[in-house]
Design a protein around this ligand. Sequence first.
Ligand SMILES: C[S@@+](CC[C@H](N)C(=O)[O-])C[C@H]1O[C@@H](n2cnc3c(N)ncnc32)[C@H](O)[C@@H]1O
Length: 202
Amino acid sequence: MHYFDVYHRHFARFRGRPVTIVEIGVFHGGSLQMWADYFGPRATIWGVDIDPRCLAFQEPGINVVQGDQSDREFLKRLAAQVGPIDLLIDDGGHGMDQQIITMEELYGGVAKNGTYFVEDTHTSYWAESYGGGYKRPGTFMEYSKNLIDQLNAWHSESDSLRVDDFTRTTASMHFYDSIVVFEKGEITKPLNRKTGRPSFSD
Ligand SMILES: C[S@@+](CC[C@H](N)C(=O)[O-])C[C@H]1O[C@@H](n2cnc3c(N)ncnc32)[C@H](O)[C@@H]1O
């Protein structure tokens, strides 16, 4: 239930606008219907699921595509099909490779002021069923922690940490219990400007 406050904090600015929303993970279609209601009739909603039965949940304003979020070729075709994405919600299989491959393939397809939202990231702590494990390399949480460094790469003095597309296109990252959010933006090298009257000569 705590997701709803987080949704509203990050999604409210898209309401009533002609936005493209992609959700990985349809299940019985409940969230697609909720998004259609929340974002309004100008939004175009795409659901993606590996289960072909989810195709039954298409309706005006809601498209459903069948595919596997760990299949890079499928994700490339999906990105070309849907165009710039204003909001991507990953609520699919929640496996480590699924979350990381989807981010690697679709983050670039999110619009310059868009949002990338990953749910149920607690699976990063569950070893048996999801391939997680506390501080285990290869979990989505460890991947995200490394991206914190990449966000700050402007200030790096190390050759191992250099400005890249993520640094240039990510305005902020937000960590909640079980949710990680990336807010995009066009970021340029930070400037340091002093203001006020100088009070000391040195
Ligand atoms: C948690 S449910 C989605 C719930 C839905 N978003 C909601 O809130 O009503 C997860 C869904 O992800 C789908 N899924 C599992 N593995 C997947 C994969 N590799 N690619 C795409 N979808 C997958 C499952 O079939 C299932 O329908």
